[in-house]
Design a binder for this molecule. Structure first.
Ligand SMILES: Nc1ncnc2c1ncn2[C@@H]1O[C@H](COP(=O)(O)OP(=O)(O)OP(=O)(O)O)[C@@H](O)[C@H]1O
Ligand SMILES: [Mg+2]
Length: 611
């Protein structure tokens, strides 16, 4: 048989490589800006026409290139930034693969003028579809002026795939902003279709953020700072009261490189826990500096993902640093930050370990199976509680499995049982519209109301999904919901489960869904649009961070969105209903996210405080 394998010509290989690196005009903007930074530029000018489809031009005052380098820079794997593989672990530059310019030149017409300070003449290069058209000496200022014209001219599929002008423009602005935040010592200008849209002077980081995001950020920013042997952290986080409904302004930079990391996002969000509602997101601008040998930046074509050698350590340090900064600025005065040191997690023996009380009751017990038909429940979940229905839905004390034969009981459940036996005498107190307090045999039981409700709803939804039991209420007028592109895919993925919980929902043309019916459990005190967006947001987060299966994820996402919040005042009746339902759950002391729900402040502990 004859040989069939051929080496692809360079131009074709470059075009294929370009597919990974240059996905849209904003990718070319990013690469050109990064090259200018690597060249030591202190002034960068970006000129865009037609959202980069017609022109992306970058002018820098960096060190420029010699005549030979100007020719070589468009070759694949041509770089001045590394020499050998081991250099990958000492990278301080943005670029290192030597493929960005080769990729861009493979799919566009590139015109470049560049000159080094010590040269009298510069070099002009014109290259189109990887083919050099012109190479000649020219007069030009020190630095590099590079224009990318007619991007994707020879890859029509890619060109057609581009989104609307506005979408592409916003991607470009995002890249520009990231570079601007990461490099406050560089002055930046941007022109769009002939108009100067951004002019940002060199300035300290805080001033730069204020310049980019508005004057009111001056009051909103809280500095974060921590130096350890492995990592230096600095930057700013935004005060909790300015949390946003969407994750917009969340920026991590590692050695000045913008990166995405759901794991580190989680660390920061954990630091804000209890300070902001669970469906809101903090804004932050956080810089991590590490020795390059502690990270691997060569894991993603666009270099926006990074592997840390010790990811868990970074997570802990980051969380603690942010938490302490928020505390120092008197945002969380009730927490004792001095006791929490960044290193506690490394030597658990150092700190006094408090084991959360655990509960073991019959895991097979099903709170929904006792005579309650799916069709008759009409509790309202979003924000209000109907105690009568609750009591009916969850079995009372006799039916809660306990006592001999149901496994070991811990203090909490037996305390609850004890309380149940004094029926009618339960006295609840609500603390700060957040905790439910009730005296029990061994002290004071404290229940987190939001987590409790989330647990109850989670088990209920999971049961509905597993047993296909749900009821719907028809809407008087069907409602249209408009969702962004990414959310649509997620909703499609969740659709079967969402329907199984009682939504009647179908796709209705471009980005629109029509809702005809909703679960009977939902009262309409929040718009359906917000409700669904919230559920999808939770689902997305769980999917990325926890990789939950669709069923568990939908149950969790719905429960989280619909649970009563901290801040909701509850009546005695409601607190009774909530606690009854909680202790009828199979895991009453663990929120779906694994957090404790109930704790008991023991009598001894209280007495100790009076010594
Ligand atoms: N604006 C610039 N000023 C000076 N030299 C530049 C500039 N842009 C590119 N170069 C030179 O051209 C080389 C190739 O650039 P290119 O962006 O293709 O690769 P890289 O930056 O080395 O790596 P990567 O592909 O990861 O970006 C660079 O290594 C650098 O020496
Ligand atoms: Mg580069």
């Amino acid at each position: 048989m004859s040989d069939v394998i051929k080496l692809l010509p360079d131009a074709v290989a470059n075009q294929i490589a370009a597919g990974e690196v240059i996905q849209r005009p904003a990718s070319a903007v990013k690469e050109l800006m990064e090259n200018a930074i690597d060249a030591g530029a202190t002034q960068i000018k970006l000129i865009i026409k037609d959202a980069g489809k017609t022109l992306i031009q970058l002018v820098d005052n960096g060190h420029g290139m010699s005549e030979t380098d100007a020719r070589l820079c468009f070759e694949r794997h041509a770089t001045s930034k590394i020499n050998q593989a081991s250099d990958l672990f000492s990278i301080r530059t943005m670029g290192f693969r030597g493929e960005a310019l080769a990729s861009i030149a493979a799919i566009a017409r590139v015109e470049m003028k560049t000159r080094k300070a010590e040269d009298t003449m510069g070099t002009e290069m014109i290259i189109e579809g990887s083919v050099t058209q012109t190479q000649q000496p020219c007069q030009c200022p020190k630095g590099t002026n590079i224009s990318v014209k007619n991007l994707f001219f020879n890859t029509p599929a890619r060109r057609n795939f581009l989104k609307s002008e506005n979408v592409e423009k916003s991607h470009i602005i995002s890249e520009f902003m990231r570079v601007a935040i990461a490099n406050p010592d560089i002055g930046l200008m941007m022109y769009q279709n002939g108009q100067l849209t951004h002019q940002i002077e060199q300035s300290p980081l805080k001033q730069r953020i204020v310049n980019l995001f508005g004057n009111n950020y001056n009051q909103r920013l809280v500095p974060v700072e921590e130096k350890t042997e492995i990592v230096n952290i600095n930057g700013f986080v935004v005060k909790p009261e300015f949390a946003k409904k969407k994750r917009g302004e969340q920026f991590f930079f590692v050695n000045k490189r913008f990166i995405r990391s759901p794991y580190l996002n989680h660390a920061v969000e954990q630091a804000y826990q209890e300070l902001i509602p669970e469906d809101m997101f903090p804004s932050f601008f956080v810089f991590l500096e590490l020795d390059p040998d502690q990270i691997d930046v060569n894991v993603h074509p666009t270099k926006t993902e990074i592997k840390f050698q010790d990811e868990r350590y970074i997570y802990q340090i980051l969380k603690t640093t942010v938490k302490r900064s928020l505390g120092r600025h008197h945002i969380t005065p009730t927490l004792d930050f001095e006791r929490e040191t960044a290193f506690d997690h490394l030597s658990p023996s150092k700190g006094k370990r408090v084991n959360p009380p655990s509960i073991q009751i019959n895991p097979d017990y099903n709170p929904f199976s006792s005579g309650q038909k799916g069709g008759t429940s009409s509790r309202s979940l979003s924000g209000s509680i109907n105690p009568a229905q609750w009591e009916k839905l969850y079995p009372d004390k006799d039916q809660v499995p306990h006592g001999p034969g149901h496994g070991k009981q811990t203090a909490i459940t037996s305390d609850w049982d004890d309380l149940q036996s004094q029926d009618g005498k339960k006295q609840f107190l609500q603390l700060r519209s957040r905790f439910i307090l009730v005296p029990v045999k061994s002290g004071l039981m404290v229940i987190d109301q939001q987590r409790a409700h989330e647990r109850i709803l989670f088990e209920r939804f999971l049961f509905m999904l597993k047993n296909r039991k749900s009821t719907s209420q028809q809407l008087l007028f069907p409602e249209n919901i408009h969702l962004p592109e990414n959310d649509i895919e997620l909703l499609r993925e969740m659709m079967a489960q969402v329907k199984a919980l009682g939504f009647e929902i179908s796709e209705f043309g471009k980005n629109t869904f029509v809702v005809n019916a909703i679960p009977t459990d939902i009262t309409e005190n929040e718009s359906l649009q917000d409700l669904l967006e919230g559920i999808i947001e939770n689902y997305k987060k769980n999917k990325i961070e926890l990789k939950l299966d669709v069923q568990t994820n939908v149950a969790r996402s719905m429960a989280k969105k619909l649970a009563i919040r901290h801040g909701k005042t509850l009546s005695q009746e409601e607190m009774l209903a909530l606690t009854n339902s909680l202790f009828a759950c199979s895991m009453p002391n663990q929120s779906p996210a694994g957090k404790p729900i109930v704790t008991i402040v023991g009598e001894e502990e209280l007495s100790g405080k009076f010594k």
